[in-house]
Design a protein around this ligand. Structure first.
Ligand code: ZN
Ligand code: ZN
Length: 278
């Protein structure tokens, strides 16, 4: 009985703080948004796609599930496409280079039905196809089915919030998830248009750093840095290139929940760039 009372008190307190005013709802949106964004940056990108650190499986699933609830679709699919992007960056084999069309770069590429021979999990994601949970979300490699499953789980999970906390909190969660969903699409386009940002490293690709994209994506907007230090858990290289996703990974490391954190220094990245040019 006291437990039930505690639970109902908790629900009432959450509703009072977050759903009784516009300020409360806006604050909740920001909390949900950054929860999902860290799922994408720390979970999908820096952990799964680049293996820039290692952690216990429950930490991995925590971040990946928060990215999944931001409608990022199958983790294997996401990592495979992203690894292909790095491997073939700004060539005709790049899945989403703006050199081959703005709409294609933004979202058009995601409307295919299946992988190509060059770009598939058997080649790019051998490590991830061993995980039965990710394989379930992958739906046999059928893009439409994996996206549909993500939509079903993404929206139905918010029904739970609706039944516990009411429609306002459920709607804020849906909107925050959908807002976070847009950022990787936008980044793939905007951070590969040279006129929109600056470079620390000059290479054959068009990647640039853009501060406001970094702000919205907890540090992913330092995309030129990232293309030149792709395996690094840290994308901000200059002191003012803020990188909250790396701060989170560092904090996990400090309490022993992240290990083998790969951090490239700016100097090391620069030397490597010079070496690969020569
Ligand atoms: Zn890129
Ligand atoms: Zn990357």
């Amino acid at each position: 009985m006291p437990l039930a009372l505690d639970a109902s008190n908790f629900v009432a307190a959450v509703k009072h703080i977050f759903s009784d005013s516009w300020l409360g709802l806006a604050s909740l949106f920001v909390i949900f948004y950054f929860y999902h964004m860290l799922g994408i940056t720390v979970g999908y990108h820096r952990l799964l796609a680049h293996r820039s650190f290692s952690c216990p499986k429950w930490i991995e699933y925590f971040f990946v599930s928060s990215g999944y609830l931001a409608f990022q679709s199958s983790p294997i699919w996401w990592a495979t496409i992203h690894r292909g992007h790095h491997r073939f960056v700004d060539t005709q084999y790049d899945p989403h280079s703006p050199r081959y069309g703005i709409f294609h770069s933004f979202i058009g590429w995601a409307f295919k039905n299946s992988y190509t021979d060059d770009l598939n999990p058997q080649r790019q994601s051998k490590d991830l196809i061993k995980d039965p949970f990710y394989m379930f979300l992958e739906q046999g490699g059928d893009w439409r089915r994996m996206h549909a499953l993500n939509s079903i789980i993404g929206f139905s999970s918010r029904l739970l919030l609706f039944f516990i906390f009411g429609y306002k909190i459920a709607l804020v969660s849906v909107f925050a998830g959908l807002a976070a969903q847009q950022l990787p699409f936008l980044l793939n386009l905007i951070c590969h248009i040279p006129q929109l940002g600056y470079r620390n490293f000059v290479g054959k690709d068009d990647s640039v750093n853009i501060w406001w994209v970094a702000f919205l994506t907890t540090g992913e907007g330092w995309h030129n840095n990232h293309h030149h230090t792709p395996g690094s858990a840290k994308s901000g290289l200059k002191w003012w290139e803020f990188d909250p996703a790396y701060w989170v990974i560092s904090m996990l490391g400090a309490v022993g929940l992240a290990k083998k954190i790969n951090v490239w220094s700016r100097e090391r990245a620069y030397v490597t760039t010079l070496a690969t040019k020569n």
